[in-house]
Design a protein around this ligand. Sequence first.
Ligand code: ASP
Length: 343
Amino acid sequence: MSRPKILIIYTGGTIGMIEDTETHSLRPFDFSHLIDNVPKIKKLDYEIHNIQFNPPIDSSDMSPEGWCEIAMSVERNYAEYDGFVVLHGTDTMAYTASALSFMLENLHKPVIITGSQLPIGEVRTDGEENLITALQIAAALDTNGDPMVQEVAILFEDYLWRGNRSTKMSADHFNAFKSNNYPYLAKIGLGIHFHEEALWRVPARRPLKVQTNMDCNVMSVDLFPGIQEAALRHMLNVPGVKGIVLKTYGAGNAPSQKWFLDLMRETVNRGVVILNVTQCVNGGVHSELYMTGNGLAGTGVISGADITTEAAITKMMYLFGMGLRSEQVKKYMKCSLCGEVSL
Ligand code: ASP
């Protein structure tokens, strides 16, 4: 058996940061610093190569161009490597994981995204373990000799999560990510215990196809009691907007006032896709439960079921990026393309 061949794509984030001597804030630093701090990597009998963003970035500066850079690096190296580890800041990791899950069509190799809460040079860092476990997951095979993970996933501390189901839950804790509506893909303990029934599998293996055109004419709007008609009307009428993720209450409920429902109907009739996504971290939209949810559904706003905001926004970018019209986008928003929503 040949040694597993893994490509590390280092984009930046806390994992590779050092303290700036003048400001004392953390700033991204280069890959050699990061890898020099993990001498244990040499104990893995893997062939590991790396590429890095130039310069590495804080993930708050991540953008669709950055996602394309990662996706194209995977595409260029797809045949040559068994798996990919993306080192990334935690702040927008769930957006990147979601975006890549759509952009990397027909993926059947592991793309494991990880980072850390403390820089790798610090004594109590979580970065070292996260990096090593991510490499092991990227190299893991199932009993057929196929990659164990055939999707984009986030490895953080004790768990492996489906990328497009994940959300950053904590700015303080090492277990910073969670997928609130989908089980973990693996639990990390003394060993790596894969939850095989939860892993994504495609019935037919097709060549990888990368979709790099993401349309950013989308936005997310949070409802709150007291939201003003003028403010909401202004947001919904932003020139060029094609898709809106409407963050509603509970099981997908929204105000029943006439001005609100008329505004939703007008916007939908203009051809804008409005997706109802709950503000709750767990559970999904069930518009039929309450009159207030029913009223919203009656305006043509569609249900996002239990999709995360991160997956909803990036899925809309992806679908509009393919040049699809509103009706087609609505159709695909109601389906699961790569395990992002429960049907
Ligand atoms: N600001 C950092 C980033 O997202 C935070 C982190 O990596 O944990 O790049």
